[in-house]
Ligand binder design. Structure first.
Ligand code: E4P
Length: 230
């Protein structure tokens, strides 16, 4: 299912859903803030339920806002109840490299039957370990990898190889899109899914030369349709 939309905006999601070109949606607290969500966890819940309903049965990723293990597990289980098609984003570790996150990911997947999207990862090695822990999705931030001077395509290709080699079932989501060419290059490198910002999806679709060509067809169609001059 190659294209997800990286957005919390209902009108954008509806627009691309109607075109039949997205198969899921990802959010994070930064995206929700940018897309006008306020009101704490109640605000996140309302918007998430609206999105989940709109895109069902396609999946929606919603990120936990807690940082300690017990609180993350409790919140993840709660969020997972909001809708059947919601999976839970948990960052690979805490803000100072705390490793409880991976324990939470493992417990939620193996003991609580909650689907996890392990997120905020910048390398194949982080994603490989999250896959070992049982995450359903492993999200690598391709644009940020490139920003740091590393080769995102190389990381994605290595990751896909080791997942296949060890028959690990995690799906690779590549996020943090920055350029139109990212989508195809990351899919070609081995991503199962690229989650795309709405503006980039639009830029993938509309081409100046296609516009010019369509105008030519329409102008000539008018001429063909004109009654013959007697
Ligand atoms: C997707 O899962 C990520 O949260 C998102 O693409 C991050 O994008 P950014 O690097 O532009 O913040």
């Amino acid at each position: 299912m190659p294209i997800f939309l990286d957005s919390g905006k209902l009108n954008e999601i509806e627009k691309y859903l109607k075109m039949g070109i997205i198969r899921g949606v990802t959010t994070n607290p930064t995206i929700l803030l940018k897309d006008g969500v306020t009101g704490g966890i109640a605000g996140i819940k309302n918007r998430s339920i609206e999105i989940a309903k709109m895109i069902s049965p396609y999946p929606l990723s919603v990120e936990v806002t807690k940082t300690d293990k017990a609180a993350m597990i409790t919140q993840a289980k709660d969020i997972a109840q909001w809708s059947e098609n919601i999976n839970i984003k948990i960052t690979i570790h805490g803000p100072e490299g705390e490793l409880e996150n991976l324990e939470a990911i493992h417990e939620l997947e193996t003991k609580h039957d909650v689907r996890i999207n392990a997120t905020a990862m910048m390398s194949a090695q982080q994603c490989f370990l999250a896959a070992m822990a049982g995450a359903t999705y492993v999200s690598i931030f391709g644009g940020r990898v490139n920003n740091m001077g590393y080769n995102s395509c190389g990381e994605i290709a290595k990751l896909r190889n080791v997942l296949d080699q060890f028959d690990l079932k995690s799906q690779i989501i590549v996020g943090s899109t920055r350029e139109v060419l990212n989508v195809i290059e990351w899919l070609e490198a081995g991503a199962h899914i690229v989650t795309v910002m709405p503006d980039l999806l639009n830029a993938m679709l509309v081409h100046p030369y296609s516009k010019e060509t369509v105008k030519m067809f329409l102008n000539d169609a008018k001429k063909v349709e004109e009654p013959p001059h007697l």
